[in-house]
Design a protein around this ligand. Structure first.
Ligand code: 5AD
Ligand code: FES
Length: 348
């Protein structure tokens, strides 16, 4: 089968053989890639129209007890300047974000034991009380079912936990012994069972990632049918053991965005900050390949640089108001439109 045939098959059956996956993942054929992206745009526009949803990202702590090899804020990095935002600072970000049109707030942080369940519960409650019309998303890592339930009962709507890789062997090469692939996958299932809208995802081009690993990721994503899927290129951080590893590529990330759009037509798919970091037009291109979400940073500018998962992160000096203006223009430049909306998942 030729590449156009493979893409048609993907669109119609959402299932490919190993050989077909390999052909599609390996190709650099421009005609095929342009066809792939146009199919992805078509599917995205049928479900979500021209709307781009925004999520206000509040990076509230860069303390982390884990030692993920790829991540710049891992616990072994003594060069990282650690910070925590106070409740008042977090709520000020929310207030400002609301005025700028955000209706989803994402509380993201390292796995920081300082934030007990009670502290998270009271933060979630405070945000929901201030703005009952907003969605609250948590992205604070692996917790017990009990904790996940407590956050959900406090009003948290969504949870982002990238699966990182669907291959247990690959997982082992990216994480220290005390972290387990099984636990991560179980967390995702637990979150789903509790009733959260759930986001998974992985890095593109992370060290040791093979085509086979990517095929496993795609099969997992199709089967899990996440509400959201965050993918972005791996970018090395200077204080990690992966500092000399090559970054993931723009081309592979774009291709995977389109493929994921076709595999899970109704998925919420962000054009990530990492994509905007490896290419100045990365986020615009992401939207042209099927992404329909952007997640600008609402954290105070004075801590932005400290939440450094990778080197070269964009928007470090831009106030939230500047970012949203900049992003609106970027989104408009590719024919889409930022909307004031919670941006809930729509069932196709
Ligand atoms: N490059 C790109 N993405 C990274 N993440 C962590 N470190 C890096 C890096 N060096 C991603 C992980 C994590 C998410 C919050 O950020 O996938 O789940
Ligand atoms: Fe932050 Fe452009 S999106 S400056």
């Amino acid at each position: 089968m030729d590449l156009i045939g493979i893409i048609d098959k993907l669109k119609d059956t959402r299932d490919l053989t190993n050989e077909e996956w390999e052909a599609l993942l390996d190709t650099e054929d421009e005609e095929a890639l342009s066809y792939l992206s146009s199919c992805a745009r078509q599917v995205r526009e049928k479900i979500y129209g021209k709307a781009v949803y925004i999520r206000g990202l509040i990076e509230f702590t860069n303390y982390c007890k884990n030692g993920c090899y790829y991540c710049g804020i891992n616990c072994k990095n003594t060069n990282a300047e650690r910070y925590r935002l106070s409740d008042e600072q977090i709520l000020a970000c929310v207030r400002e974000g609301y005025e700028l049109g955000f209706r989803t707030f994402v509380l993201q942080g390292g796995e920081d034991p300082y934030y007990t369940d009670d502290k998270i519960v009271s933060l979630v409650r405070a945000i929901k009380q201030m703005h009952p019309d907003c969605a609250v998303t948590l992205s604070i890592g692996e917790k017990s079912e009990e904790s996940y339930r407590a956050f959900f009962e406090a009003g948290a709507d969504r949870y982002l936990l990238r699966h990182e890789t669907a291959s247990p062997d690959h997982y082992r090469k990216l994480h220290p012994e005390n972290l387990s692939w099984e636990n991560r996958m179980n967390c995702l299932k637990t979150l789903r069972g509790i009733g959260y809208q759930v986001g998974c995802g992985m890095m593109v081009g992370s060290p040791y990632q093979t085509t086979e690993d990517i095929i496993s990721d795609l099969r997992f994503i199709k089967e899990f049918h996440p509400d959201m899927c965050g993918i972005g290129p791996f970018i090395p951080h200077k204080d990690t053991i992966f500092k000399d590893e090559p970054a993931g590529t723009l081309e592979m990330t774009l291709k995977l965005l389109s493929i994921i759009r076709l595999l899970v037509p109704d998925v919420l798919l962000p054009a990530t900050t990492a994509l905007g970091t490896i290419d100045p037009m990365g986020r615009e291109k992401g939207m042209q390949y099927g992404a329909n979400v952007v997640m600008p940073n609402l954290s105070p500018v004075m801590v932005r640089g400290k939440y450094a998962l990778y080197d070269g992160k964009i928007c470090l000096d831009s106030e939230s108001a500047e970012c949203i203006k900049c992003l609106s223009a970027r989104v408009a430049s590719v024919g889409y439109e930022i909307v004031v909306d919670r941006g809930d998942h729509k069932n196709a």
